[in-house]
Design a protein around this ligand. Sequence first.
Ligand code: HEC
Ligand code: HEC
Ligand code: HEC
Ligand code: HEC
Ligand code: HEC
Length: 241
Amino acid sequence: MSQVFRRHHNTVARATIISGVLAVVALALGGSSYTRSAWWTQTNEPPDQPVAFSHKHHYEELGIDCRYCHWSVTESAHSGVPSAEVCMSCHSQIWTNSPLLQPVRDAYNENKPLVWNKVNDLPEFVYFNHSAHVNKGISCATCHNGIEKMHLTHQSQYFSMQWCLDCHRNPEQHIRPTGEVFNMYYKTPRNADEMKALLDKHGIPYDSNNIPRNQLELGALLVKHYNIHKEQLSDCSICHR
Ligand code: HEC
Ligand code: HEC
Ligand code: HEC
Ligand code: HEC
Ligand code: HEC
């Protein structure tokens, strides 16, 4: 273990001690499911932000693509949060007097960064990479589900190691065509006609005598098509480098 965590072992030790303390507290409070509740992990609590930004307004109602604001998501480990320039591409023309947008105008005019507080934050000793996921058919909707309905952004779920591993062992459960990754309303096709239409639309080859019947069969086809080697995905060194 110490080899795996050479650079970060202090953090890990601390995390282990803290989780030990949490476990004791949880026992005292009556059961381990308590630690995983939304209340405990604060997944429903939006942090304070300089501007009350709404994904519901901008994505669901106005239909702005995720990549307009999180443009680095397909190219790098980090999605990045947008700068004031991105907001001003519209808000220099719409809602130009809104008091809510004053911090955006100030940042823009004074050429200072607009500092957003993190919503999702993995411990330092965990490596994560956005592009590796979204370019292989793992959708924003799987990990940030429900964000299209949020007026203020909160974490959709607690990113436990178990949660990551659950998909790494069986990505078939969640994978979709890469062309649907940014679509928060995608649903797995329910019959052969819908399945064929989906595969044709994204140019994914299939055997017409053996059309996938459900998510797991579609998943198996896509895991092969995108050349995912799931045997390696549970290695500690994938996420702890
Ligand atoms: C018009 C710009 C815009 C669009 C479009 C947009 N976002 Fe965002 N997003 C932001 C801003 C600004 C923040 C930082 C403030 C906040 O957390 O609400 C943010 C924050 C986030 C966060 C939390 C970041 C963190 O700190 O952990 C996630 C996750 C996210 N966006 C996902 C998405 C997804 C998925 C889509 C498409 C369905 C999308 N966003 C569309 C502007 C946008
Ligand atoms: C592609 C255009 C576009 C971009 C980019 C954009 N917005 Fe907006 N925004 C709008 C529109 C249109 C509305 C009005 C929506 C409504 O009232 O339904 C709006 C409304 C708002 C409001 C509500 C204003 C009020 O007084 O009620 C806030 C706050 C806001 N946007 C913040 C931001 C931030 C922060 C960014 C950058 C991260 C951003 N917007 C980027 C188009 C955009
Ligand atoms: C496999 C799960 C997963 C997928 C798929 C995913 N995210 Fe994330 N996202 C995360 C995790 C985990 C974090 C926290 C990363 C950290 O703290 O290092 C995060 C953080 C973010 C952040 C905060 C900035 C950053 O990069 O840390 C934004 C913005 C974001 N995601 C947007 C998106 C968008 C947009 C998509 C789809 C194009 C997407 N995410 C797809 C898991 C995912
Ligand atoms: C819904 C499915 C899913 C979830 C959830 C998920 N992953 Fe992945 N992850 C994948 C798939 C599929 C790949 C393989 C991509 C490939 O083969 O290129 C992958 C690859 C990776 C890689 C390898 C990236 C590289 O550069 O080679 C890392 C690191 C990773 N995931 C970390 C995480 C962490 C950390 C979490 C939890 C916070 C997580 N993943 C959650 C599906 C998922
Ligand atoms: C798919 C990504 C992934 C893989 C593979 C993975 N981990 Fe983790 N690990 C995580 C995440 C995410 C956390 C942080 C969980 C949290 O914040 O609660 C974590 C936390 C930990 C911790 C800190 C203590 C704790 O339980 O929170 C230890 C120790 C650990 N992992 C060991 C391992 C070992 C040993 C392996 C190989 C058998 C492994 N991990 C494989 C993602 C992964």
